[in-house]
Design a protein around this ligand. Structure first.
Ligand code: MN
Length: 260
């Protein structure tokens, strides 16, 4: 466990996301970061990259556009943004902390394998920088309650910075789909798993050719207690440590026997 305890006031914070530089959630995260530090930088995708996961752009050049002081857009993925920010823009003084989000919609269970929001935090973690992904759950048809993330974000980040940041670990934070006053507290959770219904839409395009469109996750069935999925159903803020060593350790012995 690396002792990376950081004084919030002296912290250089880098912000990114996957909803794009013009999304409302990144403005909320910038407010949260500014409550913790005066040294806040934003490097985010020009266009929405939700579902981009940890993809890296390698077959074409990337451009970094300065939009405003300390705010940059990249014509690439969330991972590209972190790479350009850490290895070029801020290379003389790399960020102490990377925050990604706030995503419009939760990132729980298997979402973590698709999420560009989580991937930005993943990339920072791989570069040795403490990182957290923040996502705001909402109910279909209702406005996204950004005020919930705004209310709890600074306290959560301060609490995280008070302890040594665990190695190879990003913190995945999900705010429940209710206003701050209806939020029932914090829950430290494990990554859940949902039973997912068919979310493929089918149609016919104007030229008569069939198409398929992948829709949002539709859950069927309940959630296991102690998971991120269950915490959001209980209107709690879910805080999950995500470890980037993907090895299934208990299986090692059995496989070694099989290949011994
Ligand atoms: Mn997104």
């Amino acid at each position: 466990m690396a002792d990376l305890r950081i004084e919030p006031g002296r912290c250089r914070i880098l912000i990114s996301n996957d909803d794009g530089i013009n999304s409302p959630g990144i403005r909320v995260l910038e407010k949260i970061a500014r409550a913790l530090s005066d040294d806040v930088w934003t490097v985010a995708p020009e266009l929405e990259q939700s579902g981009a996961s940890h993809s890296l752009t390698t077959r074409r050049p990337l451009r970094l556009h300065e939009i405003a002081p300390h705010r940059y857009a990249v014509d690439g993925t969330p991972t590209d943004c972190i790479v350009l920010a850490v290895k070029r823009l801020l290379r003389d003084r790399p960020p102490d902390l990377v925050l990604s989000g706030i995503n419009g919609g939760s990132n729980v269970g298997e979402d973590l394998t698709y999420s560009g929001t989580v991937a930005a935090a993943m990339e920072a973690t791989l570069l040795g920088i403490p990182a957290a992904a923040l996502s705001q759950d909402f109910r279909d048809g209702a406005p996204i309650p950004w005020e919930t993330g705004e209310a709890f974000g600074p306290d959560i980040i301060r609490r995280l910075l008070r302890r040594p940041w665990p190695d190879s670990t990003l913190i995945n934070i999900n705010f429940p789909a209710v206003p701050p006053g209806k939020t029932t507290g914090y829950a430290v959770t494990s990554q859940g798993r949902r039973e997912i219904a068919d979310n493929l839409m089918e149609g016919v395009d104007p030229r008569g050719r069939p198409y398929y469109w992948i829709g949002p996750v539709r859950e069927v069935g309940g959630a296991h207690p102690g998971t991120d999925v269950a915490a959001l159903l209980d209107n709690k803020v879910s805080i999950t440590p995500i470890f980037l060593d993907l090895t299934n350790v208990p299986v090692l012995a059995d496989l070694r026997e099989a290949f011994g």
